[in-house]
Design a protein around this ligand. Structure first.
Ligand code: MG
Ligand code: MG
Length: 256
């Protein structure tokens, strides 16, 4: 069931979104060669703690509960990487995904950062990934249904000769991090049947994942969380929490 949010509720989600943006901005300053992913996670945890916000990722149930406040996924890792002793190297791509609940309302955002200069293909992958998120947000203000947006997202990635990940999708968000509806970044069969109307009050975490190689992914048997590309090619992930309003889409997870 899709729960639409009032203007007042969206304003509260904006506060949670601003905090997630601040946490990511602080984390981004640490994205340098020689830094461990654990140090980045600690920075995010400190930002949430100082603001009295509840981290949403820690303790998420799985084979083992997720142990950190952020997912940090490097290079061929798509999503759900566990922060730890891994030391960032020049040329890496680092995806940082995090979310919090503040005063009862959630926000969720992710961004992929380069560690120093990256090769041309990775640079292009970053630009396409970010561009597809920006395209989706803009089109939410022009189209009636999510399927129209998802079709354009997939087209854009195909044109660049990269692949959209289909194993993970965006989602509604509000009092809970994951609410209805699911919003795939491609035109899925189920979406064709039960489409999502882009109406004021709908709040979505829009989160394309783009692979340089094929779309297939698998979950690590070592830690039961980290999702990697099957072909070992790099991947990027860009996510914003976005509210549909009568004046158009509003990004809630921005710092401004
Ligand atoms: Mg996220
Ligand atoms: Mg999400």
């Amino acid at each position: 069931m899709i729960v639409l949010k009032s203007r007042r509720e969206i304003a509260l989600m904006r506060e949670a979104g601003r905090l997630v943006a601040v946490a990511l901005a602080e984390a981004a300053k640490l994205v340098q060669p020689g830094v461990t992913t654990r140090e980045i996670d600690a920075s995010i945890e400190a930002t949430f703690e100082k603001a009295g916000a509840q981290p949403l990722f820690k303790g998420v149930p799985g084979k083992v509960p997720f142990p950190a406040v952020s997912c940090i996924s490097v290079n061929e890792e798509v999503v759900h990487g566990i922060p730890g002793d891994r030391v960032l190297q020049p040329g890496d791509l680092v995806s940082i995904d995090t979310g919090c609940r503040l005063a009862g309302w959630c926000a969720d955002s992710a961004w992929t950062y380069p560690v120093g200069p990256v090769d041309e293909r990775r640079q292009r992958l970053l630009e396409i990934g970010r561009g597809v998120l920006e395209l989706a947000i803009a089109e939410c203000g022009r189209k009636q249904r999510w399927s129209e947006v998802a079709t354009l997202m997939a087209q854009e990635v195909r044109r660049a000769r990269f692949s959209v990940v289909e194993d993970f999708v965006g989602h509604g968000i509000g009092r809970e991090m994951h609410e209805d509806p699911q919003v795939p970044n491609y035109l899925s069969g189920s979406l064709a049947k039960t489409d999502v109307t882009l109406e004021p009050g709908l709040v979505l975490a829009i989160e394309p994942m783009v692979n340089a190689g094929g779309k297939s992914t698998k979950t690590s048997r070592r830690d039961h969380w980290t999702v990697v590309t099957r072909d070992g090619e790099p991947s990027v992930h860009f996510e914003h929490t976005v509210a549909m309003t009568a004046e158009g889409p509003v990004v809630l997870t921005s710092a401004g």
